[in-house]
Ligand binder design. Structure first.
Ligand SMILES: [Zn+2]
Length: 486
């Protein structure tokens, strides 16, 4: 009896194995997917195509196995492809999946104990989902604190095991001494900078980011080592000014004018001055229209150095901004300690707003970005979810679009900056960045009209990545209360 029973159990188990082998495994992302028909038509929709062209009404987009195959007027009433799932999007708007160019897979951990160490915890679950839910379908990180984790995370997302954007990973920060976070390695010398680039390029990193305290010689070595491999390098610089970095061959500068120290009266060659003093002087007396600033803009443009706009993080330092209503939208995604800490810092910033330079700096930064584009510069956008935690992955990218419009760009131009321009820098504009036949079906569907009211970019109903439509509500739901913890 006992024997028969065990034999039966074995046979049952074997049968189980056989059936598991013949049936396709269930899609682990099923919960998050709203649409995955192989052929989809998005019909009667307002189209902002990412090129900067004005929105077009009543358009139709045909998607076939992850690719956009046709973009035409719905008024033509052409026949639908056989077997297509037709989705009527009357009253809604589509724009390309955002190409976030200053993203991170970490988020500041709440400071506990209060005299603890400043630390960026890997947002292993929350960051990829928050990005995708907000319509960021491609994310270039701009500095890593857990490079191996980032690489593994990318593998899992690419393999369809986890939801998230297409990651374009940057190696560990190329930081000098003292490093801003203990998670950053302080470079010892030029050879060390070269070694770091070589090692992490071999491990699979596709770009690099120089940071505030590295020496000019270390920067130059890092640039050369990256370029030797056909890789690009960006920087959030401080010890080195923008003009100097452009001359060295850097490909991209993060944040814009506010972090450029070259106009500061107390600047010493190769040394990062006090940020407080440098920004206070900039806020008080630097004129964007002055010849030296315009010359710097000209130098960046002529050296093809792109700039990444990160207005959301700068705004978070301005007392009373963004309005609490916006910040409250982020609350459900945040750990309670993180939310409490953000509220506390906000209150402090509001209380001392009259002594702060940040309102003036935000304005100057906006003016600089506008002038940079006018001069022919490639401006891209990203959210930079760092600082004191006031900017969250994804939410910050949406806020950035609103701020670009406040800076004087049209909504279509703002979307162009946050989509096609990033794709161009990545060298991927033949496959992503605009809604054009032949490109990947990375498309954000929003309920509203961002061409009239840019804030409507936040009303995301569905995010297509390679033709698969993800549900932002489910993605957000799955990471409730997690930003700041994991
Ligand atoms: Zn950053």
């Amino acid at each position: 009896m006992q024997v028969t029973k065990s034999l039966f159990a074995i046979t049952f188990a074997l049968a189980g194995i056989c059936s598991a082998q013949t049936q396709p495994p269930p899609n682990p992302l099923k919960t998050y997917i709203k649409e995955d028909a192989p052929i989809i038509v998005l019909n009667n929709v307002r189209l902002i195509d990412g090129t900067g062209a004005p929105a077009r009404e009543r358009m139709r987009i045909d998607i076939d196995h992850g690719k956009i195959v046709n973009v035409q007027s719905a008024m033509l009433r052409n026949a639908f492809p056989p077997g297509a799932k037709v989705i009527d999007l009357e009253g809604k708007t589509v724009f390309p999946g955002l190409v976030g160019m200053h993203e991170h897979l970490f988020y500041v951990s709440p400071l506990e104990p209060k005299d603890g160490v400043l630390y960026g915890g890997e947002a292993i679950d929350s960051a990829p989902r928050l990005y995708l839910a907000a319509g960021v379908t491609t994310a270039r990180t701009a500095g890593s604190v857990e490079p191996y984790t980032d690489l593994e995370l990318k593998k899992m997302i690419d393999a369809g095991q986890l939801p998230g954007p297409k990651l374009r990973l940057t190696g560990p920060y190329l930081e000098g001494n003292p490093p801003l976070l203990p998670q950053m390695h302080a470079l010892k010398d030029e050879a060390d900078a070269g070694r770091l680039v070589d090692y992490w390029a071999a491990e699979g990193m596709t770009s690099f980011k120089a940071y505030m305290h590295l020496t000019p010689a270390e920067l130059k070595t890092a640039i050369d080592h990256a370029h030797e491999k056909g890789l690009k390098i960006t920087g959030h610089l401080c010890s080195v000014g923008f003009t100097e970095a452009a001359d060295m061959g850097i490909d991209n500068l993060e944040h814009g004018l506010v972090v450029d120290t070259e106009f500061y009266s107390g600047k010493k060659l190769g040394v990062c001055p006090s940020t407080r003093s440098a920004t206070a002087e900039m806020a008080k007396s630097l004129d964007i229209e002055s010849a030296p600033v315009q010359q710097m803009i000209h130098d960046l443009v002529s050296h093809h150095v792109a700039v990444t706009s990160t207005l959301a993080i700068f705004e978070s330092f301005v007392g009373g901004r963004p309005e609490l209503e916006f910040e409250t939208e982020e609350k459900p995604s945040m750990a309670p300690q993180s939310w409490a800490s953000v509220l506390e810092t906000r209150a402090g910033l509001a209380e001392h707003a009259d002594q702060s330079s940040w309102a003036a700096l935000l304005k100057k930064e906006m003016q600089f970005e506008h002038d940079f584009v006018k001069a022919g510069g490639l401006l891209m956008a990203g959210c930079d979810p760092t600082g004191f935690g006031g900017v969250l992955a994804g939410f910050g990218d949406q806020r950035g679009l609103e701020l670009l419009v406040e800076a004087g760009f049209t909504p279509e131009e703002a979307i162009h900056i946050a989509t096609e321009n990033g794709a161009k820098w990545l060298g991927e504009d033949d496959s992503i960045g605009t809604i054009t036949a032949g490109k990947a079906a990375d498309i954000v569907v929003v309920n509203g009209n961002p061409a009239n009211k840019i804030g409507d970019v936040k009303k995301v109903e569905m995010v297509f990545k390679d033709g698969v439509g993800y549900d932002p509500a489910q993605l957000l739901q799955s990471v409730q209360g997690l930003a700041g913890i994991r």
